[in-house]
Design a protein around this ligand. Sequence first.
Ligand code: HSE
Length: 346
Amino acid sequence: MEHKIALLGFGIVGQGLAEIFVEKGKSLAVDIGLNAKVVAISDLMKGSLYHPEGLNLAEALRVVKETGKLDSYPDESGLIRGMNSFQTIQETNADTIVELTFTDVKTGQPAIDHCKAAFENGKNVVMSNKGPVALAYRELSELAQKKGVRWGYEGTVMSGTPALRMPLVSLAGNTINEIKGILNGTTNYILTKMEEGMSYKESLAEAQALGYAEADPTNDVEGYDAQYKITILANVVMNGSLKREDVACEGISHLTPEDIQRAKEEGKRWKLIAACRRDGDRVIAKVSPESLPLTDPLAAVGGAVNAITYDCDLAGPITLIGAGAGRKETGFSILIDLINISRGQL
Ligand code: HSE
């Protein structure tokens, strides 16, 4: 069966996903059974296209790369231009809305309202935006369930590395008592470079140039990005009911080159650790820098790479290491949610 998709936002992740469809569309249909058809793209800056029978993605990618806009996408019978995000949700024939707009992480908007509109209209939503999952997880999951639709958000934590699906699916049956991870690539990159002798300022500038940092890097270095991600893990994987402000948060901006050298001399390494654990019926979480012994698997994870350890009662501690950001990697996180929705799996 055809899976019709609307993309809200056609930036790095949207284009990454479109490239995956162009390169692998046939094999995804034949081998995996995902017969995806992008019928709409709506981007606040680049413009909007809708064709109920599907858009030519190679052409959409080409015009955006050449002109930065979708305006010169060729005219064809049945093509509608200029629909805004809510029209795209409500008036197109898409089964699934892929929500990739620029979201204010403090309010979660406009993505929270996009989710509500989609669910009310009987449409699934897939996203890599942290805001709605960190701020409105219970409300939105209940609404999606009530309306009989799916909400996918694998990419909100560690992009395409299965930080959410692996514990929920492959580790089901375990009680996970603690989760501990390096969930922010920018700060891990800065700490790695500082240990090599680079200054804080230079290493942050490099992380920004490489595209790891948030639009406002304060969110990385003060720990807020990791705070959102551990809130998501605590609520989704450990069934907690934490709000972001329940998570104590300390970043890395106060660590000095001397702190880093001293840890090195002691056979340790500073990492920004986001952790949550069970405490009776409650789940508690925090983000703070920790100087880990080099024997800890998280200590060995350098550069912008992310890692997470799940402490399982049956399977023991399991550590997953992988990308936490990136065009293809986050594009893949959207793809895997679409595949599982198509297959009727979690
Ligand atoms: N700024 C984030 C990081 C990007 O450095 O990990 C992925 O959420």
